[in-house]
Design a protein around this ligand. Structure first.
Ligand SMILES: [Zn+2]
Length: 369
C-alpha cells in the first residue's frame, strides 16, 4: 500500500496524524481546497501552495465531461495537467450525478444520466468511476456511493446504504492502481443504526481510509454535530477519516473534536468569489458600505498575501468595480484562513489542549463584525 497513516497525538477524541502519499505528506487535521475543473477557481497553484494547502480535490464528474479523463491520462495525468505536484483526492462523480445531471436513472447497475453541459447520455457505474479516477491518477480515489438528501425517507436511506455497500465491493474489486488509495464511504443519514450497518461491512473489507458521506445535505448543522462523534467512532482509529463536503469553520472545529481528520468544501472559494470573507471573529462582507474608507487589513493576525498587503477599502473597491482581483484575493485569504485554523488545531491536539482551543475559537466566531 502506497498510502500510510500515522498518529502523532490525540486530545480527547481529536487526532493529529500524517498521511503519506506518493506526492508527499498531508498533516491532519487538513482542509482540502476544491479544484472542481482541475483548478482552484481564480488561484494559481503557487497561490494555493502559499495558502498552506497540502492536498486539493478534483471532481470526477466535471473532468470526465470536460476535457475527458482519457485526454488527461494521455497528457500525463491530473497532477501534470494542472501543474499541482502535491497530493490530489478525487471524488467518484456520484454526488454530482445526483445533484447536477438531468434525467438520471439510478439502478443497482449504476447511474444513467444526461450531461448538464450538452445533454449527452452517459453512464456512471462503480467500475467506470474507478477507471476514470485511475486515468486521472489521483492519490486518493473515492468509491461510488449513493448520497441521498437529508429529508430522504428511512426507506430511501436504507436503500442508499444497501446500494453503496454493493458498489463499494465492485469498486474495490475493479481497482488496480497500486499508487492510488481507494477510500470507502459510509452513508446512513442521521440514523446511527443504519450508519453502523454500513460501516461494519466496509471496515471488514479493509479499505485504506474511510469517509462519512451524506452529511451537510440539508439537515440542521446541530443535527450533524450531534451525530458526528458516534459515527466517527465506527471508523478504524488507525486509518484516515474524511468528512465529505463540510463545512463552516464552526463545523470543522466540532468535527475535529469528534475525531475526523480530512475535510473539503466549496465554501471558502465560493464565498470568496462573492465578497464574503471568513475570519476568526466570523464572516465579513466586503461589499458592505462600511468598508469603503477602512484602511485596516481584512484580518490583523492573518499572514496571507491579501491581509499582508491590502486594506478593506481596496477589497471593497475591487468588488464594487467587479475587478477579477477581488475574488482572487478573497479566495486566497479564505483558504489560508481555513488552513491556518487546521494548523492551529493540530498544534492544540499535539499539546493535548484541543477542548479549550475549540471552546475559545468557537466563542470568538460568535463576535459580530
Ligand atoms: Zn488573510
Amino acid at each position: 500500500m502506497t498510502i500510510s497513516f500515522s498518529l502523532q497525538g490525540s486530545s480527547g477524541t481529536a487526532r493529529a496524524g500524517t498521511i503519506t502519499t506518493p506526492h508527499g505528506p498531508i498533516h491532519t487535521p487538513i482542509f482540502m481546497p476544491v479544484g472542481t475543473q482541475a483548478t482552484v477557481k481564480g488561484l494559481t497553484p503557487d497561490m494555493v501552495t502559499a495558502a498552506g494547502a497540502e492536498i486539493v480535490l478534483g471532481n470526477t464528474y466535471h473532468l470526465t465531461l470536460r476535457p475527458g479523463d482519457e485526454l488527461i491520462r494521455d497528457l500525463g495525468g491530473l497532477h501534470k495537467f494542472m501543474n499541482w505536484q502535491k497530493p490530489i483526492l478525487t471524488d467518484s462523480g456520484g454526488y454530482q450525478v445526483f445533484s447536477l445531471a438531468q434525467q438520471r436513472k439510478i439502478t443497482d447497475a449504476g447511474a444513467k444520466f444526461k450531461s448538464h453541459i450538452d445533454g449527452r447520455t452517459l453512464e456512471l457505474t462503480p467500475e467506470k468511476a474507478v477507471e476514470i479516477q485511475e486515468n486521472l491518477g489521483s492519490d486518493i480515489a473515492m468509491v461510488l456511493d449513493e448520497c441521498p438528501p437529508a429529508d430522504g425517507t428511512p426507506e430511501v436511506q436504507r436503500n442508499a446504504v444497501r446500494r453503496s455497500l454493493l458498489w463499494a465491493e465492485r469498486c474495490q474489486k475493479h481497482h488496480t492502481r497500486a499508487d492510488q488509495a481507494q477510500f470507502a464511504i459510509v452513508q446512513g443519514g442521521l440514523d446511527y443504526e443504519l450508519r453502523r450497518e454500513c460501516a461494519e461491512p466496509l471496515v471488514a473489507m479493509g479499505f485504506p481510509g474511510y469517509a462519512l458521506g451524506g452529511f451537510s445535505v440539508g439537515e440542521a448543522p446541530e443535527k450533524m454535530h450531534a451525530a458526528l462523534p458516534a459515527c466517527a467512532a465506527l471508523l478504524p482509529a488507525h486509518k484516515p477519516r474524511y468528512l465529505m463536503g463540510v463545512g463552516t469553520p464552526r463545523d470543522l472545529l466540532i468535527a475535529i473534536g469528534a475525531g475526523l481528520d480530512m475535510f473539503d468544501c466549496v465554501m471558502p472559494t465560493r464565498s470568496g468569489r462573492n465578497a464574503l470573507a471568513f475570519t476568526s471573529t466570523g464572516p465579513v462582507r466586503l461589499r458592505n458600505a462600511k468598508h469603503r474608507r477602512d484602511p485596516a487589513s481584512l484580518m490583523s493576525d492573518c499572514a496571507c498575501y491579501c491581509c499582508a498587503n491590502f486594506s478593506r477599502a481596496y477589497l471593497h473597491h475591487l468588488f464594487h468595480t467587479e475587478e477579477m482581483l477581488g475574488p482572487t484575493l478573497l479566495s486566497l485569504h479564505n483558504i489560508a484562513f481555513y488552513l491556518q485554523l487546521m494548523r492551529e488545531a493540530r498544534m492544540a491536539i499535539l499539546a493535548d489542549d484541543y477542548t479549550e482551543f475549540a471552546r475559545s475559537r468557537l466563542a470568538a466566531l460568535q463576535v459580530p463584525n
